[in-house]
Design a protein around this ligand. Structure first.
Ligand code: SF4
Ligand code: SF4
Length: 285
């Protein structure tokens, strides 16, 4: 496949050729760089911002994979040993290990996996910041009979991008929090109407593949968020999959890096509560 016009190109953090944890069945998973939130519990903090080429990570690279070329930091993937020292050093929640890729570039890397996968999931960072890229990539996926899923943080109103949604089979949607103050503390930004809009819009389109909520009692208003979602989509709550994710500090660089994880018994109380307000398809992870 030829290298295409770069108009819709984005910075790609990584491509997992075959994943079994990014949606149903075996799928390729693409993680783009850049996010509009700054979640205190982010598990991929190195995907949050675009590299500003400050050069701080260059001297510590043990394999010479990083170099300063004028005003830019350049990464050589052939030399890189994936020690992640650069990610540990970066004070800006970024990574030098990114590639500028068009939808065609990404699909060319996925194509060899076609005999082994049934779908494609795009995550981040926040991939819905790049609707033209997603539209182009998912058109290629559809041409090859792949199902298409988006992993979204919920802060972008997806109804504004009909072309993208026409080629998207489903969205795994984060709830984050419900109360505006709690939401601001957890995500670092103001809560907007996008959360409710997305629940209603995706549910009405049959594309709400999953609601996701990270649970930690001191930081997240778990019951209020579940209530809010249930009241927003009252007719769909019983058959919308809900994933309750126990907060884990592993990999977290944000404010919650030293916060304790909830135990299984606490997670079961959230399951019981979710069941009491109508959810039936609940998974705890
Ligand atoms: S992960 Fe970063 S620091 Fe480690 S070898 Fe690769 S570029 Fe260098
Ligand atoms: S990855 Fe971070 S530390 Fe390295 S050059 Fe980019 S902004 Fe600077």
């Amino acid at each position: 496949m030829s290298r295409a016009d770069q108009t819709d190109a984005v910075w790609v953090n990584k491509i997992i050729p075959i994943s079994t944890v990014d949606g149903p069945g075996a799928r390729s998973a693409v993680f783009v760089q850049g996010c509009n939130l700054r979640c205190a519990y982010c598990h991929n903090p190195e995907t949050q911002t675009l590299c500003r080429h400050c050069g701080l990570c260059v001297p510590g690279c043990p394999s010479g994979a990083l170099s300063q070329n004028g005003s830019r930091v350049v990464w050589n993937p052939v030399l890189c040993i994936d020690c992640d020292q650069c990610l540990d050093v970066c004070p800006y929640f970024s990574s030098p290990k990114v590639r500028r890729m068009s939808p065609q570039d990404v699909f060319a890397e996925i194509e060899p996996n076609l005999p082994f996968i049934r779908g494609l999931t795009v995550s981040g960072g926040e991939c819905t910041l790049y609707p033209s890229f997603l539209t182009g990539l998912f058109r290629l996926a559809k041409d090859n009979n792949l199902s298409t899923l988006i992993d979204a943080n919920g802060a972008v109103d997806l109804s504004l991008f009909p072309d993208m949604m026409n080629v998207t089979d489903g969205v795994m949607l984060d709830l984050k929090a419900w109360d505006p103050e709690v939401y601001r503390r957890v995500t670092g930004v103001e809560r907007t109407q996008a959360a409710e809009n997305n629940l209603r819009f995706l549910s009405s389109q049959g594309k709400l593949a999953e609601i996701r909520l990270v649970c930690q009692a001191d930081w997240i208003d778990v019951r209020q968020a579940l209530d809010g979602a249930a009241k927003t989509i009252p007719h769909a709550v019983h058959d919308t999959p809900l994933k309750l994710i126990a907060f884990r500090s592993y990999g977290v660089k944000g404010e919650m890096k030293d916060v304790a994880a909830p135990g299984l018994s606490e997670m079961e109380t959230y399951r019981t509560y979710a069941e009491s307000i109508g959810f039936t398809r609940i998974v705890i992870r």
